[in-house]
Design a protein around this ligand. Sequence first.
Ligand SMILES: C=CC1=C(C)c2cc3[nH]c(cc4nc(cc5[nH]c(cc1n2)c(C)c5CCC(=O)O)C(CCC(=O)O)=C4C)c(C)c3C=C
Ligand code: FE2
Ligand code: FE2
Length: 344
Amino acid sequence: MNKKGILLVNLGSPRSTAVNDVKEYLDEFLMDERVIDYRWIFRALLVRGIILKTRPAKSAEAYKTVWTEEGSPLVVITEKIQKKLQKLVDVPVEIGMRYAEPSIETGIQKLVDQGVSEIVLFPLYPQYAMSTTETVIEKAEEVRKKKFPKVKINYIQPFYNRDIYINCLAESIKEKLPENFDALQFSYHGVPERHIYKTDPSKTCKIDEANCIHSQVDTHNAYCYRHQCYATTEAVIARMGLPKEKTIVSFQSRLGKDKWIEPYTDETLETIPEKGVKNLAIVCPAFVSDCLETLEEISVEGKEQFMHGGGKTFHYIPCLNDEDRWIEVVKTLCEEKLDDFYLV
Ligand SMILES: C=CC1=C(C)c2cc3[nH]c(cc4nc(cc5[nH]c(cc1n2)c(C)c5CCC(=O)O)C(CCC(=O)O)=C4C)c(C)c3C=C
Ligand SMILES: [Fe+2]
Ligand SMILES: [Fe+2]
């Protein structure tokens, strides 16, 4: 029988906080055509001609504020998930990062070295986007075809609507909520609106209330990141028994001049205190592991924006990271796909 293995794939971080390492990382990340989706020449002009001239130094400073002795939080936490999962399953588990090291190729190679020929690859993103699940699968297929043509890969699909995940997230948030809060904000990583239109096979999404937010799954919503973020929120608050009026959804981390999906987190944080939200709890469910975008952009910058707007207390709720209940979910989702090989 063919030997199976699991590859957990996360986004990846620079190898260090040195400006050159951050530059190399940003170059690989932003030159991905599923992240900045312009024709190569325009992408190169924007990324290499403009963004990489100033952003690496600024980002390196931000990375320094979250970096630990073990390294980048995102990579360290992904390693912790790997180790915990490895104790629960009897097939080898490795990690790979979409950008930088350890790469997807390195992860597959490690599995192949252990005799694995059938891999369950888990993109660690709850919601589908061109810049999340899609780019991971594209990259893994490119590597597989070029370097490991005999290896089979079974991909775990976005899991934003799976009950086991929703229950896990709801319980985790509930446990960490402060006693008094006026609102719970769900801040998801943003994407340019254009990405939503591009990945909509039905070409019906207008990025509005009617098309995007209602929660049934149809051909459009199967690929609509914005819909999947709202659906995650709706399911979690239903499970927590939290009224909709006490929740806010917003999108963070926009880059460049294009229109990104709204409402924007930074603007929301500045303006909600004057609307009566003085005590805020905030969670970032597009990320399964804490990273620069949660530990710096939300916990530090976001807090400043909220306080500047007149807020009183700001409570950041950490990601699922290596919580045991989340590792159980990872295990279940992987096992479903391990069994799937028999059906292929
Ligand atoms: C969770 C899903 C993510 C989506 C969707 C996403 C889209 C996206 N990101 C950029 C640009 C940047 N993102 C950066 C950091 C970053 N992004 C994600 C996740 C998603 N990105 C994570 C987990 C991280 C943190 C990585 C870490 O090492 O901790 C950065 C780098 C940091 C910075 O300079 O601000 C950039 C740049 C775009 C353009 C985009 C959609 C098209
Ligand atoms: Fe990002
Ligand atoms: Fe939509």
